[in-house]
Write a new protein. Sequence first.
Length: 288
Amino acid sequence: MVGIMQTHQQETPKAEKRSGKSGKAQAKSDKTEGKAQAKPVDTTAFESIGERADEALNGTGANSLRAKTLEMWWTVGAALQAGHQCARAETGKSSGDEHEVKFEAFLKRHHLDDKHLSKNYRTNLVRCQANRGAIDKWLLKVKEETDYAKRPVNNPVHLWSEFLAAHPGFAEKNIFGETKKPKTKTKSGARHTVKPPREPLKAQVERLEKENNDLTRRTAQAEAAEETLKQKQAVHERRSTISDEERANPTPETIAQGAEAIIQQFGMVFAVQVAELILSMHVAKKAA
């Protein structure tokens, strides 16, 4: 009996230890389930902004896209911003698949999806809305300095392009007010190479014309050298056909042919001098 009691006393701490482990595991499980069950988010303010944009864009008496005023586009831009904020509040993420799913659901609820507004319009309008402070200041300056006919149009696509053209290197912000980091074209780990500046068009034309003139000059020189070589070969062939007797007693015809060959190879002045020398020698020989 005493042995049984001792055995029971020895096993009790182990049982309590196991029970403690299971209790911790249960507490951890309850904590995980608590995290999984996200707290409900109050999206009333976001939904109200979306409803106002729906009425401005698609409501009774709404104008066509071309006739929309800039104030109407700002109303829609505020709704797109509210949609992103609503998606971030529900998912805790500013981007990614979960964020996009919630954002697209917001667009459908308020008729701001592709069926009612193209993605190109939404993208540029989001960028305008995210940088509205800078755009408003620019618009005030433009209205003061230019005529009404030359002012930027109300279309958000054109408005954003005109703004960027007037502000090269602008530090753009995203829809959450964060300054975007400049994108690099090189891949991770790739060596960065600096491209040389583009040569001006006028300089390109001048360079190509110079190269063309040089090529034409070298071609003419090559053709002249080829022609000279042909003439030398002809003279050599002509000399090989003159017999020893003709060389000893040249006739006027032979002298004329030789002179013509000399002219082709050495020029007229030298040929005349050679002809005079040959004739004098011939005359002297006959007189002897």
